[in-house]
Write a protein of this length. Structure first.
Lengths: 127, 156
């Protein structure tokens, strides 16, 4: 398979892995790196115990998944002699569909979310 | 008042985040028009590569500045204000940040393919390339408008 086709195939597969790894901690009880901005610390856990952010951890996990799948699929694809153009379009369609599904999941769940506000500290004055 | 990472420079970070996003919005729009042109037989390959590189750099810069300002936003804006008074802005911001992360693979894909494909010959790859560019443009424009709405409501 030509290098550009192998690259495209590997990146489509890696995109699917990225989207799945990014959303998976939201769907299942999976530990991920949480950052506690008030305590300046990181914790690897499934549920946070205070004001914490999982965005960094989920993004990092998705980048790792992207990298691993890219390396494996690219190496395998280079060994194949040919790839049908329809297969390439199929992988593209899967990558886009899964990403759009994950985006739809975030849009749907976050649109209806009712956030729980933090208690106001004594020093707080709204600007 | 609690100390938060990059709290003192949060306003500067958001200004830089916005400046990079302005360049990004222009570059990604031009890139999308050039990529769609490949489907119609108009090949501006050199310009397409320049815009792909510009998008890759500005997307990364915008994303990084956003990440650095995020802890301040998360506490001072979202936790203390948005979650109590403007929950829609909290939710819109979280949708925007998740969309931005999901756009990363498509930015890489568009950049790499812009360097390796010949749109006159690699017709199957042009489809993948155009999809990556157009989806990136859609995410960028959604995020630009969302970011404006959120910061108009309350900034860092």
């Amino acid at each position: 398979m030509r290098k550009q086709e192998a690259l495209a195939l590997a990146m489509c597969a890696a995109t699917i892995a990225f989207a799945v790894a990014f959303v998976y901690p939201m769907l299942a009880t999976q530990a991920v790196a949480w950052y506690y901005p008030l305590e300046h610390r990181w914790a690897y856990e499934a549920k946070p115990t205070g004001l914490a952010m999982d965005f960094f951890g989920r993004t990092f996990q998705a980048m790792i998944a992207w990298s691993l799948v890219f390396v494996v699929v690219f190496a395998l694809a280079r060994r194949l002699r040919v790839i049908h153009s329809r297969t390439l379009m199929l992988f593209t369609a899967w990558a886009v569909t899964i990403t759009l599904l994950v985006m739809g999941h975030f849009a749907w769940t976050l649109y209806f979310r009712i956030p729980t506000p933090e208690p106001l500290p004594a020093w707080y004055q709204p600007r | 008042m609690p100390e938060i990472a990059f709290d003192g420079s949060a306003k500067l970070l958001v200004v830089l985040h916005t400046a990079a996003a302005i360049v990004l919005a222009g570059a990604v729009t031009h890139h999308a028009l050039i990529a769609i042109g490949y489907l119609r037989g108009r090949y501006k390959i050199r310009l397409g590569r320049i815009y792909a590189a510009t998008v890759a750099v500005t997307y990364s810069v915008t994303f990084t500045f956003g990440l650095l300002a995020y802890p301040t936003f998360r506490y001072h804006v979202r936790a203390l204000y948005f979650d109590r008074y403007e929950p829609w802005a909290s939710n819109l911001f979280d949708i925007k940040e998740n969309f931005a992360a999901l756009g990363l693979p498509f930015v890489v894909m568009a950049f790499v393919l812009s360097r390796v494909i010949n749109p006159k010959e690699d017709r199957a790859l042009v489809g993948t390339y155009v999809v990556a560019v157009v989806l990136t443009a859609a995410i960028v424009w959604f995020n630009v408008i969302s970011g404006l709405l959120v910061t108009m409501t309350k900034g860092v």
